[in-house]
Design a protein around this ligand. Structure first.
Ligand code: NAD
Length: 363
């Protein structure tokens, strides 16, 4: 297993900003992308942090990712909208989409926005946090249009993406409640991190090409390819399935059907249901009930003494506190980041520093 290294958090964000500026993003897009990617690492989701940069650079080179895109409005029925992301940088496209959804929800109480045809939007919880920071609640069903990764319950061949489900609930004081997970047994990025680290994947999440259980992460990256299992058996499969229809097809987005795949492309469609909870007129009640319910849930006897019961979103808060200054990253990912920045230097004639230069120490 390859060792982790430690990268300075602030320097990594600045490095990402310069990398995307060098690649051709305008200053706003580069800043949003850098903040989002470092934010995912800071939240503990290394699968959706800086480790996605090599894939994004490959997408850029292949013409699958188009920089500096604005969303275009496909249809506008005031609180029901469809927008197209024009294959733009998903971090910028999702931020624009959420700004629009939040503004409409503030004005009309609720906004249902279908985003289609965006490049990968990263950690979807980030977009729910954009809503909760504005005092809005949000629900997101997202599908992934790339090579299929997840076997349907009862099947042994990949047919679905890792289609995440996300809910953000604001709190007057303290961190929002945030549910945000892939409907696969684990996010494929976590298998990728294990693959780069040369570490085994957890048990009961992978099938090999013959449909047999395995912990070898290579089954997701080397021929013959295997598949991820759905989270929680038929339940995760069914949730993932509706993400393709509710989170894409209903408003003109592509499902992960082979006819819709673009070689090497990694796109997301997302339905965001954003609403102003104050409009129910029960915010004081909600806050009192939430406090009482959280206390009651936490009062359950702990399965492992010393390991507290967490609320959804709390794990990310703990990671943020621990990773404010330094991010652990596996050496395999750092090497791939070095290759990605070398590609940008080559195609854009820039002289950007390597990711290795951000290392503070070996852990
Ligand atoms: P995960 O399995 O780490 O689960 C995270 C969720 O579980 C969070 O809501 C977290 O607060 C909660 N949680 C964690 N530990 C908890 C505990 N002990 N008690 C209570 N709640 C707890 O997440 P994942 O499935 O690995 O997904 C990681 C990220 O990948 C998500 O941010 C998701 O949006 C993203 N993702 C994106 C795409 C895409 O195509 N853009 C696809 C799949 C996943």
């Amino acid at each position: 297993m390859l060792p982790d290294v430690s990268l300075d958090t602030g320097a990594t964000e600045q490095w990402l900003y310069e990398l995307w500026r060098g690649a051709g993003s305008n200053a706003v897009e580069a800043r949003i992308t850098a903040e989002h990617l470092v934010g995912a690492n800071r939240a503990g989701h290394d699968s959706h942090g800086v480790s996605v940069v090599p894939a994004y650079v490959r997408s850029l080179v292949a013409g699958n990712l188009v920089l500096n895109q604005r969303i275009t409005i496909v249809s506008d029925a005031v609180s029901l909208l469809v927008v197209d992301g024009n294959r733009g940088m998903g971090q910028s496209i999702a931020a624009q989409t959420m700004s629009l959804a939040i503004a409409r929800a503030q004005a009309h109480g609720v906004a249902v926005v279908g985003l289609r045809n965006s490049h990968h939007i990263g950690r979807v919880g980030h977009w729910a946090e954009q809503a909760t920071a504005a005092g809005m609640a949000s629900i997101h069903f997202t599908n992934v249009v790339s090579r299929p990764l997840v076997a349907p319950h009862g099947g042994v061949q990949a047919r679905l993406g890792t289609n995440p489900l996300t809910v953000g609930l604001p709190r007057r004081a303290g961190a929002p409640i945030l549910l945000d997970f892939a409907t696969s047994a684990i996010a494929v990025g976590k298998v990728r991190v294990a693959y780069y680290k040369k570490a085994p994947a957890p048990p009961n999440v992978l099938l090999d090409a013959h449909g047999a259980p395995t912990t070898d992460p290579a089954v997701m990256y080397e021929q013959p390819l295997g598949a991820l299992l759905a989270a929680a058996g038929h339940k995760g499969y069914a949730l993932g399935f509706v993400c393709d229809l509710l989170g894409a097809a209903l408003f003109g987005g592509a499902t992960a059907h082979p006819d819709n795949l673009i070689s090497g492309g990694m796109y997301n469609n997302m339905i965001a249901i954003v609403f102003d909870p104050a409009r129910f007129g029960a915010l004081d009640h909600y806050e009192r009930e939430a406090d009482a319910f959280i206390d009651y849930v936490r009062s359950a006897r702990q399965a492992q003494p010393g390991q507290p019961i967490l609320m959804p979103g709390e794990a990310e808060e703990h990671y943020r506190a621990a990773r404010a200054r330094a991010l652990p990253l596996d050496a395999g990912t750092v090497a791939l980041l070095d290759e990605a920045v070398a590609t940008i230097n080559q195609i854009r004639g820039t002289n950007l520093p390597s990711a290795s230069s951000l290392r503070t120490q070996t852990r």
